[in-house]
Design a protein around this ligand. Structure first.
Ligand code: HEM
Length: 81
């Protein structure tokens, strides 16, 4: 079984600002990326995904389709949907 707690979509949606924390989902995982926002090579665009799914944005910006990007994301995992 997953070592991560189950988190509802409703809970994720509450975290869409630097104040409340920035959470996103990707393939069923939940990630608290608050600390990464300032380090993002693509700047504040990352906040467009806050509280929701990364998939539509990563489809648009194929630069994320690399192993090292998934490695970065994995460091911020806090739960599963
Ligand atoms: C670039 C990570 C979310 C837009 C990058 C790069 C990384 C990264 C590592 C550099 C890739 C490279 O050049 O090798 C992430 C992570 C995200 C995230 C971990 C989520 C947790 C987003 C979102 C958007 C976005 C949601 C758009 C709405 C961009 C753009 C670039 C970029 C436009 C290209 C920047 C440039 O080279 O000028 N991202 N990203 N990213 N990202 Fe993200």
């Amino acid at each position: 079984s997953s070592p991560f707690p189950i988190i509802s979509q409703e809970e994720v949606t509450k975290h869409r600002s630097l104040e409340d924390g920035v959470w996103v989902t990707y393939k069923g995982g939940v990630y608290d990326i608050t600390e990464f926002v300032a380090m993002h090579p693509g700047g504040a665009k990352i906040l467009l995904a806050a509280g929701g799914s990364l998939e539509p944005f990563w489809s648009l910006y194929a630069v994320h389709n690399q192993e090292h990007v998934l490695e970065i994301l994995s460091e911020y995992k806090v739960g599963v949907l």
